[in-house]
Design a protein around this ligand. Structure first.
Ligand SMILES: Nc1nc2c(ncn2[C@@H]2O[C@H](COP(=O)(O)OP(=O)(O)O)[C@@H](O)[C@H]2O)c(=O)[nH]1
Ligand SMILES: [Mg+2]
Length: 318
């Protein structure tokens, strides 16, 4: 949870009893017809609603003032012919024993990949065992959550990649992505500090993939919100694509800004890399049906909606 989110939440908690009191007063009036209570409660209701409205306007104003009046410097285009294109891969997985082995083998089979890391985030099945059997380095992350596991994966990859300054590829190990696409990412890393995939190129998403119309539109919306925040610096159409290639130095410098431990990590990572002033290029990736069982927000509407709001809040306030 971000600090600004925490402060607003606390402010909300302080106002909440007054809000509840005004509703209770109005209900009391309805039952016992006491006009004085009604007027007092109605005033209280207007007052507390105004505070909520004021908080919302303050957040919106901060966002738009920062965006419009303090635009980031124009990005410059350059091409570096990187001398080392070897890759350290880190995969996230959560109780994915049926599929993690094949995902590890797929990424290990790519000619540029040196090693594959898998994070065991309190898995209660044989994910760690299967990953190790397939040749992955397995690390444990006790803090539950996609963000916590992702941060652990990226940190471990940085440590492993340090001596050779390898590129780091972050991927979800749920077989939705294929290692063949690494070639596309490597083709663009000379022009950017982070190359990120987009799943919204419908031509490349199989019909049975998780990209439903709702996922498509909500991701485009959040992506455009980040684009607005860094106007002129980036073009994005997806925030939830978890296949990302980063240069070592860019990842190392962005790492301290990664703080979101839950399911809202994906857009937060893009946001923080851009905040550091790094160049991000988005490319279409092949996206297919998930292997095993979905545990994330990819196909869970109930979990997805609050996470979506948390993502909007993070983009606006961080
Ligand atoms: N490490 C970790 N991963 C989680 C947790 N909850 C969900 N996930 C994973 O987070 C990722 C979320 O991605 P998403 O595509 O939305 O869900 P999926 O359908 O499960 O792949 C998936 O790889 C999930 O398996 C958790 O508590 N810890
Ligand atoms: Mg997934």
């Amino acid at each position: 949870m971000t600090r600004s989110f925490l402060y607003s939440f606390l402010a909300g908690l302080i106002i909440l009893p007054f809000f509840a009191l005004s509703i209770a007063g109005i209900l009391f009036h309805a039952f016992f017809f006491n006009p004085e209570i009604f007027i007092l409660s109605a005033n209280l209701l207007v007052f507390t609603s105004l505070i909520y409205l004021f908080l919302l306007i303050a957040v919106l104003l901060r966002f738009f003032v920062l965006t419009l009046f303090f635009p980031l410097p124009e990005r410059y285009t350059k091409y570096d012919n990187l001398s080392n294109k070897r890759i350290t891969v880190c995969l996230t997985a959560y109780n994915d024993e049926e599929i993690i082995g094949d995902a590890v083998k797929d990424f290990k089979s790519h000619k540029l990949v040196d090693e594959v890391i898998v994070v065991d985030n309190n898995c209660i099945d044989k994910t760690a065992l299967e990953a190790r059997k397939a040749g992955a380095i397995v690390v444990k992350e006790p803090t539950q959550g996609f963000g916590a596991a992702s941060i652990c994966a990226l940190k471990t990859a940085l440590d492993k990649a340090r001596t050779k300054r390898n590129l780091v590829l972050f991927v979800e190990g749920d077989q939705t992505f294929i290692s063949k696409d690494i070639d596309k990412f490597v083709a663009y890393i000379g022009n950017a500090d982070m190359v990120i995939g987009t799943r919204t190129t419908k031509e490349l998403s199989t019909k049975d993939s998780q990209v439903t119309r709702l996922i498509q539109y909500s991701n485009v919306f959040l992506a455009k919100l980040i684009q607005l925040k860094y106007w002129g610096a980036v073009r994005l159409t997806d925030v939830g694509c978890s296949m990302r290639l980063m240069r070592f130095e860019a990842l190392e410098q962005s790492m301290p800004l990664f703080t979101v431990t839950g399911s809202a990590f994906s857009p937060h990572m893009i946001d923080m890399v851009l905040k550091k002033g790094f160049r991000v290029i988005e490319i279409p990736v092949y996206f297919k049906k998930r292997g095993g069982i979905s545990k994330g927000i990819g196909s869970d509407f109930i979990k997805g909606v609050p996470t979506g709001f948390e993502m909007i809040w993070n983009i606006m306030t961080q």
